[in-house]
Structures are given as C-alpha cells and as structure tokens.
Design a protein around this ligand. Structure first.
Ligand code: ADE
Length: 222
C-alpha cells in the first residue's frame, strides 16, 4: 500500500514515521508513506495557500488550486482520496479493515478555519476521527494511517489484531505480567493455574463484564 498525505506541516510527521511499528513497516516495504507539502504546488508568487472567506467571517480558508494540483499529480486509477474534516463519517475499526484493501490512499489534511467547498469534489470519502475539533487534519491522518498500517499483512502478528476489541464488539480482557505480587496487588490465581480452559472462560467473562461496565453500547451491536 502507498499512502500519500497532503499537509502544510510535514514536520509533524517526523516522529510518526521514524518510530516503532510504522518505522518497521516502512523499512520492510510493507507500506510506503509520502508526505507532501501542498504549499509547493501553489502557483501564487508568494506560495500562498489560503485567503479570506467570500462573504466575510473569521479566519482564512484553504484555496483549491494547490490541493487540486497536488492531488492531480499523485492520483492514479486505483487511488482513494480521503478528506479529513470533523464533518466526515466517523472513522472506526471496520473502516480501517476496509481501507486495507486499497492500494493507494491520498489523505488531505485540512487546516485553519476551513477549506474551500470545491475541495470536497476531490474526495471519495470524508472522514472524521471523532466529535471534537483539531487544529488540522494532521493528527487525524496519523491516526488513520496507524490504524490501517498495523492491519496490513505481516506488520503485526495476525493473532494480535484478530483479537482486537471492536472486532468482536467486546473490550479486551485484563492482562498481567511479572511479578505475581506487585506491592500487594496479586495476579488472579486462575492465570497461574496452567488450566487453559479455565483461563479462556475467565477471560471471556472478564470481557463481558468490562464491556457491560464501560461500553454497554458495544454489547447491543453483538
Ligand atoms: N480536522 C479537524 N478536526 C478533525 C477531526 N475531528 N477529524 C478529522 N479531521 C479533523
């Protein structure tokens, strides 16, 4: 998979691309992630990318030209163009799985007070990562890229994500590691028993209990 991200703030991606699982996926060529500063595509002599809103109002609005030209230079037949906006469909795990089937994602990060409405015509889908307003789409693009890349073949062990919460509409069971007694807080006996059936049963019951307490809405989806 190739992911092209359009942003005015390429430096924000340094840590994301150079640490942990994403870094490993890139070096193993499981994904290619390119960051494009769409200011470089501005035809304005001063590389301007935004201007005042017609009709008045606070703040600057991203102009269509740099983003249209940047997308045009990247788009192929199999590309899926995603526009990040709080007005989009809310991203979730199911959508992350759906996006793994794409060969090429182009993700447009909005910024400032908004973007010219005509930019919407470029998008195959508009996505939001939740009901709150970020200063721009950069963090949202990293959230989506991260959630998708970890599901790509070989990036992490398939077992690790097959059991993810939200696949089964159940939250994960609690896990423990050494020591058995940490400052008086003990690991549940059953996990030390070596009795696999009992462990399985205990874990499933814990999942149900947790989900009921914390996310009863998920149980309704089951
Ligand atoms: N841009 C600003 N807020 C956003 C959000 N919640 N999701 C996606 N893009 C955004």
């Amino acid at each position: 998979m190739t992911i092209d991200i359009l942003t005015l703030f390429p430096n924000m991606f340094e840590g994301f691309l150079n640490e942990s699982i994403i870094k490993r996926a890139i070096s193993k060529k499981q994904v290619v992630i390119n960051i494009h500063n769409f200011r470089d595509y501005s035809l304005d002599p001063h590389h301007k990318v935004d201007d005042y809103a017609f009709g008045g109002g606070e703040g600057m609005v991203l102009m269509p030209q740099p983003i249209f030209d940047c997308v045009a230079s990247l788009k192929k037949e199999n590309s899926k163009v995603i526009l990040l906006t709080p007005q989009g469909q809310t991203f979730n795990q199911k959508m992350a799985y759906t996006l793994t089937k794409e060969e090429h994602l182009i993700i447009i990060c909005g910024h400032y007070e908004g973007f010219d409405e005509r930019i919407r015509t470029l998008a195959d889908i508009e996505l939001s990562i939740g009901d709150y307003i970020l200063t721009g789409g950069e963090l949202a693009s990293m959230v989506i890229a991260d959630a998708v890349v970890r599901l790509l073949d070989g990036v992490i062990k398939t077992n690790s994500h097959q059991n993810d919460s939200f696949n089964s509409h159940l939250l994960d069971y609690p896990v423990y590691t050494k020591p058995v007694d940490f400052r008086g807080m003990l690991v549940p006996e059953v996990l030390l028993s070596g009795h696999h059936e009992n462990i399985k049963k205990w874990r499933y019951e814990e999942q149900l209990k947790r989900t009921k307490e914390r996310r009863p809405d998920l149980l309704e989806k089951r």
